[in-house]
Design a protein around this ligand. Sequence first.
Ligand SMILES: [Fe+2]
Length: 445
Amino acid sequence: MTGTTTRPAGPEQLRSRIAAELERTRARTALLTEAVDEADLTRQHSPLMSPLVWDLAHVGNQEELWLVRDVGGREPVRQDIDDLYDAFKQPRRDRPTLPLLPPQEARAYLLTVRDKVLDLLDRVAFTERPLVADGFAFGMIVQHEQQHDETMLATHQLRVGPAVLHAPPPPEPTAGVDGEVLVAAGEFTMGTDTDPWALDNERPAHRVHLPAYAIDAAPVTNGRYREFIADGGYDDPRWWSPAGWRHRREAELVAPMHWRRDGDGWAYRRFGRWAPVRDDEPVVHVCYHEARAYAAWAGKRLPTEAEWEKAARWDPASGRSRRYPWGDDDPTAEHANLGQRHLWPAPVGAYPAGASPLGVHQLIGDVWEWTSTPFRGHPGFTAFPYREYSEVFFGDDHRVLRGGSFGTDRAACRGTFRNWDFPIRRQIFSGFRCARDARPEESQP
Ligand SMILES: [Fe+2]
């Protein structure tokens, strides 16, 4: 049995929901691009990232391509800039040298496209055509813009200069969460057929059998990670894979990105401000190789993607998989640290209402969690609406990350949502939790 999803009651409710999501998302894009001056918008803050003004016009260009031209069948607004903002034709390192639209022109372009989209939204019939059924293409464009907003947030974290982003700190812990949760052997439903805005790589729903395993009840904290550093974890090749050790030496890794020594302890720079590293927060800005080395040092391993999803979605009482750990309802501020409401991960124990039926906490929000699984299609995968969305990234080069971070919007985060990146990347808001095989005495029913 697969998860159920609350569908909008009719086309008018769907229209107003889409309009609200488009507007909410554009407000976030505006906040991220109006917080800095024109020089900061056009500068490249890291060779890993685009100038913010590239992301800005790219968001508008994708909205034009998919909604104005494809769904609407209307005349192009700016066909001449398609190549400039094609992520496949323009590697990130080259983007600052392109004749990009200056900030004011990019903003005007986004407004023109959005006017046409709102006009189209008033008239569109949500037929059975897959691109428009349940408003899929609009949902895809909302998620695309939110994903670029998270990328722009990561660019802000790499930017040098005085702080320009402000947010209250995340909530304090209200529950004690420690140790691991044992998950019994058995089948569960992975992926989805029914979530209307789920992307191609989340589909189809399929049954997966897993042997018994244990998974950490919370993400690995800064406090635990500091023990790994203090124990010489970065200097001991025993804990690292051969590729990981090579990378650790070449990149001279000694601690998570954005950390520096601070007396006896460590400080962490977040969005232009240095703060002492807090022991009960999930560690963030570690690459897959670091996560894997920590897990080996701790006598464990990273969870597979299926183990992560079963811990997050499987409800042993009903036997079905939920949309989220807490149920099928969309996330609220009580459930998870999402949507840039806060600018760093919340301490462990801050979201008891977001725990899964098995008692696993903070799976959604806070930090993206590395899994050991290379990114591939689920069995029966079909590329939609185009191969470049996910299929061209399948293979051993990318590892899957799950659950979303404090910088991920709820529109781009579900129990089935899949992210992927190279194992050396850590400018993203990435952390992890550990897992292990169940011992024979634990596996008895
Ligand atoms: Fe994109």
